[in-house]
Design a protein around this ligand. Structure first.
Ligand code: SIN
Length: 547
């Protein structure tokens, strides 16, 4: 096994900036953190793309919250842990479901225009939910509206400074008297490298969907926060649990990268999955039928496709009222029609694609990682709310609830001030041209269906790529591609190692060679990047102790 780079190769820093709190990422988690922290702190928010380049903007379905008549946080908790297949942290879920409704009301007060039924918020249902509790906006454009409302508040706050097109390379870690995150090494759009220092660094960079050949995630989702956390020495957990969304628009040919999500809320309104013969796919599979938890639907679809030999199935929404479809799902309809399929008139071709990483940088309930001064929020974090399979529409909710908690805690108290390290670790990168090899290996070995031998093969491929890491600083035009490829290699290696180690099937981790869920595996694989560049994994039943 060849070691992974312990830092990214980059030019030496030539400038420096400082703030109290540095937030990396401009999605719901980063914006919520920044807003809450700015109550008393100077916040610097950096993002590698433009301000709206985040998965939040693409979120269609909505935000779950126990707001409807007859619903309660207790029932939402129950559905969350059922979907999580034995691995949710009860206390973390309690916080999510009890604080969620208040965060949703605050968001509405900030100006988020959620869809309404008269005076009341309109609530729909998605897979795994026993009640109608999904708040949505613009029909199926919830993330865009949530981002708009939060972004307006952030932009209006004079205590928050925003730097776009700034790539976070590595965490600055003070070594004395104890290890502590004190800032970041970053690369600006003009090609210069600098340091941003602060008393708290919050990683809120979203997920890692781009590690798979086909995903609902936007191009920015290259696992940067997770890779930053690993290189800084923070512990990570549950990386093997990647959720594949069942209904992603399928197109013939080699269409790779980000694909159009066909929101689960369409099934919530009555659309059904069918095969080429028009037979229902979910009949007899689960009591919730087409609204079974995502892992169950994805597995049933994958099994049906393997049996019938096709590359996709169909989501049939033609039985729904056309006016309802137009009003509730304008994003999906526009995307499908642009590709030549009209969901009002014909079934939509769909297949599962990578959607959400349930694992991440281990944190406590206030976002603090195992490295003092380093925090993680949203999809980058692992606080224990999702278990082995995330319940639909709990992700924007997590970003809101836990982002606000982190910001609130930092507004009250900051870690002690420490000097940045005098010397930086020397770095290495793999060339961006190797990105396809990384993605192909992870896609083939660690997709919906996994086997021990397939994962071992993928690990070997990734190790071969790691062997091609160079200490030379890439040419300016090739740098970001190399940094992203190296981050993908790092998170892909950790993910494949965890999936290879977990010799059972649970939630969205499906091992064909170990098809049962085993009580022996009722726990978490907690990992870290060792000094030699290898991923070290420990199986922990009580992961908080390990974090
Ligand atoms: C969807 O709209 O189906 C996705 C919502 C989610 O991932 O929670």
């Amino acid at each position: 096994m060849t070691g992974l780079p312990l830092a990214l190769a980059a030019p030496s820093p030539t400038w420096t900036r400082s703030a109290d709190v540095i937030v990396v990422g401009s999605g719901v988690a980063g914006l919520s953190t920044a807003l809450a922290a700015a109550a008393t702190r100077r916040v610097l928010l950096i993002t590698k793309g433009g301000f709206t380049d985040s998965a939040t903007v693409w979120a269609q379905g909505g935000i779950a919250g126990a707001l409807g008549e007859g619903d309660s946080p207790h029932l939402h908790h129950k559905d969350t842990v059922t979907a999580g297949a034995g691995l949710c942290d009860d206390a973390a879920v309690d916080i999510l479901v009890t604080e969620g409704p208040a965060r949703l009301q605050e968001l509405a007060r900030l100006g988020a225009a959620f869809d309404r039924d008269g005076e009341q918020l309109a609530l729909t249902r998605e897979g795994g939910h026993g009640r109608n509790r999904i708040v949505h906006a613009g029909g199926d454009a919830t993330g865009r509206e949530v981002h708009r409302a939060l972004a307006a508040a952030v932009l209006a706050d004079p205590r928050i400074e925003i730097l776009t097109h700034v790539f976070a390379l590595d965490v600055l870690v003070a070594q004395r008297p104890t290890r502590q995150a004190v800032g970041l090494v970053v690369a600006a759009a003009d090609g210069t490298v600098g340091t941003v220092t602060g008393r708290a660094v919050v990683l809120a960079t979203g997920g890692l969907g781009q590690i798979f050949p086909s995903t609902t995630n936007p191009p920015v989702a290259t696992g940067d926060g997770l890779a930053l956390g690993l290189r800084a020495g923070a512990t990570v957990a549950d990386l093997e649990f990647v959720q594949f969304h069942p209904t992603v628009f399928w197109q013939p040919g080699d269409v790779l990268g980000q694909r159009l999500l066909v929101t689960e809320a369409i099934r919530g309104e009555g659309a059904v999955l069918v095969d080429a013969a028009g037979s229902r796919v979910m009949t007899g599979v689960h009591p919730l039928g087409d609204l079974a938890p995502r892992d169950v639907v994805t597995k049933a679809m994958t099994a049906r496709m393997a049996q019938a030999g096709g590359e996709h199935l169909w989501l049939d929404a033609t039985g729904l009222d056309a006016a309802l479809l137009e009003r509730r799902f304008p994003t999906v309809l526009a995307g499908c029609r642009a590709a030549g399929v009209d969901p009002v008139l014909e079934p939509i071709p769909v297949a599962p694609a990578a959607h959400y990483a349930s694992g991440g940088v281990c944190t406590d309930f206030w976002g603090c990682s195992s490295l003092p001064g380093l925090y993680a929020a949203g999809e980058t974090a692992f606080v224990g709310v999702h278990g082995a399979n995330r319940l639909a529409s709990n992700s924007l909710l997590e970003g809101l609830v836990y982002g606000t908690r982190i910001g609130t805690a930092l507004a009250l108290e900051l870690p002690v001030l420490r000097q940045p390290p005098a010397d930086l670790t020397s770095g290495a990168v793999v060339p961006g041209t190797l990105r396809d090899a990384i993605v192909d290996a992870v896609g083939a070995g660690a997709g919906v269906l996994r086997t021990g031998s397939g994962l071992a093969w993928a690990g070997q491929q990734l190790s071969t790529v790691a062997g091609r890491a160079e200490t030379l600083i890439p040419q300016r035009g090739a740098r970001q591609a190399a940094w992203e490829a190296t981050n993908l290699l790092t998170v892909g290696t950790a993910l494949v190692a965890a999936a290879a180690r977990r010799a059972e099937s649970r939630g969205c981790h499906w091992r064909q060679d170990a098809p049962r869920t085993s009580p022996a595996w009722q726990g978490h694989l907690v990992g870290a990047l060792g000094a030699g560049g290898a991923i070290d994994l420990d199986f922990c039943r009580a992961w908080r102790a390990a974090a």
